[in-house]
Design a protein around this ligand. Structure first.
Ligand code: 0A1
Ligand code: ZN
Length: 878
């Protein structure tokens, strides 16, 4: 909590550490009420740092110091100073051993930073700057040390004691306690330290690496969750093999441990050899988890595993470089998911998420570059920009280099920087050195915030058989960056002939045409022209294939061109994108005029797609899913909340009525037969079936409703149960209440399923939604101390329920801010996360803007606000 205005930290102020720490010995006497932490640090002056004064600063927060000695000599009170942020040691030697003892109180740690209690477990979260809540330290990622950790705790209450690396000693003590000592042979930054203590059940597997070493894979869960770990372990083995094959990366320790905990602020954490996971991203059984949950688990398990090389072996010099590990690791987990599933579907989902969340971030008051230049609270920078746009920047570099050279470049990065704390610049330099390419202009992507816009015009000249594309790029201004420079943008395009076949993308002046197919153009100028030749008829351009750059495209294609692309383009992303643009244009037209007709050719394309029995079911489901109200809002000059909702519903309903026969046929022919499997084909079938059901139910179709009721009663997998429950809840009335009650009764005692029960009630635009959410805050199962529960109820309401959250009387805004203010003293990271929807506040009409501004000001008026919430609210208003 701050008293004065929190001050930003700047990248330009980075200085190397004055001291280094070679070895760390930690000894924990664990107790939820009072844990004793003893540390011995071998410190020495950093030869690479410019000489400073003789004092040493160590970070430390919320610690009670009970002992302090240098080289065995206890310090007098004149030799040091303790303040709320850390410890200053006056005039220290150039090399010495520092001993400290501190006390901490995990059971009171509701912020879930440092050492905290989750149910009956004790666990840690040290990224980004929370190791300082465990002991005094140089808590910065460029200080890498070898750790030995001894954990001592009551044996009955905490039979399992885990930390990073390998166990090297165990002992039973006479007082009912026991101890385990762990040694991590790899130097690591403090943010990768972890410990876990508790009564955990072990699910074990093994993996033999490419070079023949056996690794023990250990998944620790609370005993009642033993039957929900198989999917996570399978995902881990797949990820380990894939990283060997695709990136040549092998695992390096004898143990790989994963622990699932129920209280966690984020998805998971890549602590060296000991990942700690939000249990939502580990636990799954077909009857408790949906396909989306299975999918999320697979990719997050992979993501944390991939961090072992991109993040742990090679880490970040400072937190401004966060995207060095996050952008690259997201890119790697996206590629993994594409290889084990459907590449097109994965790309579509990632692009949908990027456009919905990252584009909005880039267009709002908290826009920041992938490598930010300043921050107040680093916890606020685990953003879609740093993660997902960061991954797009890696993807663009891989496209510019081509797959073989890109692999050489990553090999070079791993060889050159293993064991180091480096910068984004070091990564880009490896891309250049391996390829011989000049990426100076490309680097601007890391510095410049905002989503570039491409304005593309095509012109066909029948006389010369040429097609000219004129491409202009422009990046809108963002806070503190009024002027933008042109970027180096890879633009993948194809040209389709009237028969739907690919034409060669042959640039005028080239002696011969290339083979037909995709071609990567490179944009570097504010405006460029490309003349394609050898085209006897006007082609239809397929633009930004595979979404080759994170840009918005404004083109001059007609609806007929888009229908053509939707039917013929070989690029799955472009086929989907053509369909999305058609849906979008139609919905926006319906917002402007409720009587706008639904074009026959649009319906015919829909009908044709539904009848195509050979098409990939998952891809089809994506194509026939309408863009969300949140995304559509961002496409309007001023967001029309009610108009969008009405138009969206109207189109769903019309499609349900007009395509009833085809939708029922899809529903019937995709019924679930046999046991649940999580495989792309089965997931795609369920997605298409449930999409068909939703159109039918929105249309009020009696057979559709009957199918929905039956599905809710009889389905054995959570995907189908939730699809049906959502539709019933949306319909409202006694039937909805009965379904909710029976679901609750069936799943009490399964918190992750009860989260679904909370979120399904917050999601839908029913007149009583806010009242219901407010009542649920008082439900005995609701707790502000569990982030998953808070996100399920409050987060879902504010993020998904556009109509009720943005109610014209401001009731939704008041509710959210009440919650944020209540949560802030408990868990500032979570409180700041919940404020996200307010970042869009300037996009609404004057009335709503005024209401949101008042609420943001109410936040800033609160005394003792955390720096997390202060940063989001103050920047939103700036
Ligand atoms: N590095 C993790 C994400 C993470 C970040 C911060 C946390 O606590 C404040 C926890 C986890 C990842 O990328 O998976
Ligand atoms: Zn990560």
């Amino acid at each position: 909590m701050y008293r004065e205005t929190p001050q930003p930290i700047h990248l330009k102020d980075y200085r190397p550490p004055e001291f280094l720490i070679d070895r760390v010995e930690l000894r924990f006497e664990l107790d939820p009420e009072c844990t004793h932490v003893e540390s011995r640090l071998d410190l020495r002056r950093n030869p690479a740092a410019p000489p400073g004064g003789g004092d040493l600063w160590l970070d430390g927060e919320e610690l009670r110091l009970t002992h302090l000695a240098i080289d065995g000599r206890v310090l007098a009170s004149t030799e040091y100073r303790v303040d709320p942020r850390g410890l200053t040691l006056y005039q220290v030697p150039d090399r010495f051993t520092l001993e400290t003892q501190v006390e901490i109180e995990p059971s009171l740690n509701t912020a879930l930073k440092g050492l905290y209690q989750s149910g009956d477990l004790l666990c840690t979260q040290c990224e980004a700057e929370n190791f300082r809540r465990i002991t005094y330290f140089l808590d910065r990622p460029d200080v890498l040390a070898r750790y030995t950790t001894t954990l001592i705790a009551d044996q009955a209450r905490f039979p399992v004691l885990l930390s990073n690396g390998n166990p090297i000693a165990r002992a039973e003590l006479t007082d009912g306690r026991h101890s385990v000592t762990w040694e991590d042979p790899f130097p690591k930054p403090s943010y990768l330290f972890a410990l876990v203590a508790g009564d955990l059940s072990l699910i074990e597997d093994r993996f033999v690496t490419a070079s023949g070493r056996e690794v023990r894979l250990q998944l620790f869960v609370e005993p009642h969750n033993r039957d929900k770990g198989e999917h996570a372990l399978n995902a881990l083995k797949k990820a380990m093999r894939w990283d060997e094959e695709r990136f040549g990366r092998e695992y390096d320790l004898d143990f790989y441990m994963i622990v699932a905990v129920s209280h966690f602020n984020m998805g998971a954490m890549e602590n060296k050899g000991l990942n700690i996971f939000n249990d939502k991203f580990v636990l799954a059984r077909p009857d408790t988890a949906t396909d989306a949950d299975f999918d999320g688990i697979e990719s997050i398990i992979a993501h944390e595993y991939f961090h072992n090389w991109t993040g742990n072996r090679i880490t970040c010099r400072d937190w401004f470089q966060l995207s060095l590990k996050e952008g690259l690791t997201v890119y790697r987990d996206q590629e993994f998911s594409s290889d084990v599933g459907s590449r097109a579907v994965k790309r579509i989902r990632d692009v949908r998420a990027l456009r919905t969340h990252q584009f909005a971030e880039d267009a709002g008051p908290l826009a920041h570059p992938v490598r930010p230049e300043s921050y107040i609270e680093i916890d606020n920078f685990y953003t879609a920009t740093v993660y997902d746009k960061g991954a797009e920047l890696v993807r663009m570099q891989s496209a510019l280099l081509g797959p073989t050279t890109f692999r050489h470049a990553t090999d070079l990065y791993f060889a050159r920087h293993d064991g180091q704390a480096v910068t984004i610049e070091d990564f880009v330099r490896c891309m250049e050195d391996a390829s011989g390419r000049d990426l100076s202009q490309f680097r601007r992507w890391y510095e410049q915030a905002g989503t570039p816009e491409l304005f593309i015009r095509g012109h066909y000249d029948a006389a010369t058989w040429t097609y000219t594309l004129n491409v202009r790029q422009e990046t809108p201004p963002t806070p503190n960056q009024p002027i933008k420079r042109p970027l180096h943008i890879p633009l993948a395009i194809g040209l389709l002939g009237p028969d739907g076949r690919e034409s060669p993308v042959w640039l005028a002046g080239e002696p011969e045409p290339p083979a037909p197919g995709t071609r990567l153009l490179e944009l570097t100028e504010p405006e460029q022209q490309f003349v394609f030749t050898g085209l006897s008829e006007r082609p239809v351009p397929s633009i930004l294939r595979g979404f080759s750059a994170p840009v918005r495209v404004h083109d001059d294609l007609s609806d007929a061109d888009r229908l053509f692309l939707m039917a013929h383009d070989r690029d799955g992303f472009c086929r989907w994108d053509a369909a999305q643009t058609l849906h979008e244009r139609l919905i926006l037209a319906l917002v402007a005029d409720e009587t706008h007709p639904i074009p026959e050719d649009y319906l015919a394309a829909f009908r044709h797609a539904l009848g195509d029995t050979t098409a990939d079911r998952a891809l089809l489901a994506e194509m026939l899913t309408l863009p969300s109200e949140t995304y559509l809002g961002d496409r309007m000059a001023v967001i029309d909340v009610e108009g969008l909702h009405r138009a969206h519903r109207h189109l769903m309903c019309e499609l349900g009525c007009r395509l009833r026969t085809e939708l029922l046929a899809i529903y019937d022919s995709h019924a679930e037969t046999g046991p649940y499997v999580f495989a792309p084909e089965a997931v795609g079938r369920r997605a298409l079936k449930n999409l068909a059901l939703s159109y039918l139910v929105y249309a009020g179709d009696e057979s559709g409703l009957a199918c929905c009721r039956a599905q809710f009663e009889t389905a054995h997998n959570m995907t189908d149960v939730m699809a049906a429950l959502g539709l019933l809840v949306d319909q409202g009335g006694d039937e909805a209440e009965a379904a909710l009650q029976s679901f609750y009764r069936r799943w009490t005692g399964e918190p992750l399923v009860i989260d679904k029960w909370f979120s399904v009630q917050a999601k839908f635009a029913r007149p009583d939604a806010l009242e219901r959410v407010k009542a649920l805050i008082h439900h005995p199962d609701y707790s502000p101390h569990n982030p998953n529960r808070v996100r399920a109820l409050v987060g879902t309401f504010a993020k998904t329920n556009q109509v009720c959250f943005h109610a014209v009387d401001g009731s939704g805004y008041r509710f959210l801010v009440d919650q944020v203010l209540e949560l802030d003293p408990i868990n500032p990271v979570l409180a700041a996360q919940l404020l996200k929807p307010f970042e869009r506040w300037r996009r609404f009409d004057a009335g709503r803007q005024a209401l949101m501004r008042t609420e943001l000001e109410r936040i800033l008026g609160r005394e003792g606000l955390s720096s997390d919430v202060f940063e989001v609210a103050s920047k939103a208003l700036a």
